[in-house]
Write a protein that binds this ligand. Structure first.
Ligand SMILES: NC(=O)c1ccc[n+]([C@@H]2O[C@H](COP(=O)([O-])OP(=O)(O)OC[C@H]3O[C@@H](n4cnc5c(N)ncnc54)[C@H](OP(=O)(O)O)[C@@H]3O)[C@@H](O)[C@H]2O)c1
Length: 462
């Protein structure tokens, strides 16, 4: 692999107001490629989005871009270079009571899943007249009990319908049974497929897009709606920041952002929210959740996520809670930390909304969440028994612990690159914390991810 890998798209981002709707394929493949970058931390993945309407020389734009240092995401529009930044939104545009969604009939695809049920609770409490929850299975027995309790607590008609939204015939039958047009549609159906980017098959792709993208398009075509229907699509932060093994997931989520933009350009009031991590665990397994949390993303309580996310549906947004200093550190390993350059570290562990491009978007309300941190290793008492251990021994021991191994049982080869021993970028970050605590020294992470051995790291640390 080269040291730098440039990915060039045309119209894959919305940069200036005059831009057309982003190109579905260019936008989505960019999100997938960001995930591939997580698998190759020693390579700098850089992205340039060319002007979709310019008749100028793209060669000159490319040359201009490669001379910009330290920026992972660039775009050219009308001869000017843009860098991508996430910004904390300042004020909402669509928050007045007159722009509140019409809750006469809410349809939630993936409605018996984790987020679907939270939406149902929240919207029933907000006075929804009817809520229709759609999923293939109808949910397990505990979900049925929860829905029964919802019906008892609120004056809302709640219907649960079994339907595979990837099956057009089934969807047509379902649409024909709906007692009234849908006034608010929430799309939360997902079939999560986690695969390393190098191993993706055609079947994986079909599986990953079946509910999230293909199903959404079928629902939009089949379901009767009111004239001023609102559409809210549940996308994910992975579409902007990437994530290990999440290429297909990120790609599908980015497609939702594009579908929302297409709907808006056709006059439908639609928004796509890239959610961070919810405290109610959704499609990710425990290891996936741990990895996202390890990157500094803090799980949001459903109530705070919903308060922020539903407060302004006028444009796309990212709603997340994070320890931004830690998240920036992790992104630095991939060279994309400047995406967060304009977000202060001291944002109070908030769910915050930020637009996914130089274009600005929605409005956040800052809500305080706890920051979940992993406990650092116990410091070594300089006068205690560990005091005589050499830097190499301490480093070897901390390395073993970071990789989940017993230091007494393993004999790590000091001449093998640490990445060849299996140390990944998040573990490298964890190791850096441990080394800071134990040795009060800075670990040369870049050298490690670039292939340094244990012996070389010890030398670099003096
Ligand atoms: N939870 C989070 O922290 C989080 C974070 C970021 C983004 N999101 C996004 O938010 C959305 C909801 O996530 P979640 O956590 O609620 O996921 P979840 O708990 O896995 O729920 C997904 C739902 O989709 C349904 N579904 C899957 N394929 C379907 C199909 N072909 N037809 C109809 N229903 C189908 C599932 O039910 P059946 O299997 O019975 O069909 C399930 O009810 C997803 O789009 C996810 O990407 C979630």
């Amino acid at each position: 692999m080269p040291e730098q890998f440039w990915w060039v798209t045309v119209g894959g981002e919305r940069v200036v107001d005059a831009d057309p709707t982003p190109d579905l394929v260019h936008a989505a493949l960019t999100s997938a490629l960001r995930c591939a970058a997580a698998d190759h931390p020693s390579v700098r993945f850089r992205h340039l989005d060319l002007d979709p309407v310019s008749e100028g020389d793209p060669g000159a734009d490319v040359v201009a871009a490669v001379h910009v240092a330290d920026e992972a995401e660039l775009a050219v529009r009308d001869g000017s270079l843009y860098v991508k930044r996430l910004e904390q939104a300042e004020s909402g545009g669509d928050v007045g009571p007159e722009s509140a969604p019409d809750l006469t009939h809410v349809l939630i695809t993936g409605g018996t899943g984790k987020l679907g049920l939270e939406f149902a609770d929240h919207l029933a409490a907000s006075g929804a007249g009817r809520i229709t929850l759609v999923s293939r299975s109808g949910g397990p027995p505990d979900v049925a009990r929860r829905i029964e309790a919802l019906r008892r607590r609120h004056d809302t008609v709640v219907d649960v319908v079994r339907c595979d939204i990837g099956d057009e015939a089934a969807l047509a039958d379902f649409a024909a049974t709906l007692p009234e047009p849908v006034s608010l549609m929430l799309h939360a159906a997902v079939n999560y497929v986690a695969t390393p980017a190098d191993d993706i098959t055609r079947t994986d792709l079909d599986e990953a897009l079946r509910a999230k993208v293909t199903g959404l398009r079928s629902v939009l075509a089949a379901i009767p709606t009111t004239d001023d229907v609102r559409v809210l699509l549940c996308s994910s932060l992975s579409a902007t920041l990437g994530g290990r093994d999440q290429a297909l997931y990120a790609l599908g989520n980015r497609m939702l952002d594009v579908v929302a933009a297409e709907l808006r350009s056709d006059g439908t009031r639609a928004a796509s929210i890239q959610w961070g991590l919810w405290r109610v665990q959704g499609p990710l397994d425990d290891a996936g959740v741990a990895r996202v949390q390890g990157a500094g993303v803090v799980p949001m309580t459903p109530s705070s996520a919903l308060t922020v996310g539903l407060s302004d549906l006028s444009a796309d947004s990212i709603v997340l809670s994070a320890d931004f200093a830690e998240l920036r550190d992790v992104l630095a390993l991939l060279g994309s930390h400047r995406l967060l350059a304009d977000i202060p570290d001291d944002v109070a562990a908030p769910p915050t909304a930020a637009p996914a491009a130089p274009a600005r978007a929605a409005e956040p309300t800052v809500v305080h969440d706890e920051i979940a941190r992993t406990e650092p290793a116990e410091p070594v008492d300089p006068t205690g028994p560990g005091a005589t251990a050499s830097v190499a021994d301490l480093l070897r021991s901390e390395l073993a612990l970071t990789m989940g191994l017993d230091p007494a049982q393993v004999d790590l080869d000091p001449d093998l690159p640490l990445v060849a021993l299996g140390l990944d970028s998040l573990q490298a970050l964890d190791l850096r914390k441990r080394v800071k605590t134990v040795l009060d020294q800075d670990l040369p992470i870049e050298a490690i991810l670039g292939g340094a051995t244990l012996r070389e790291v010890v030398e670099l640390m003096g």
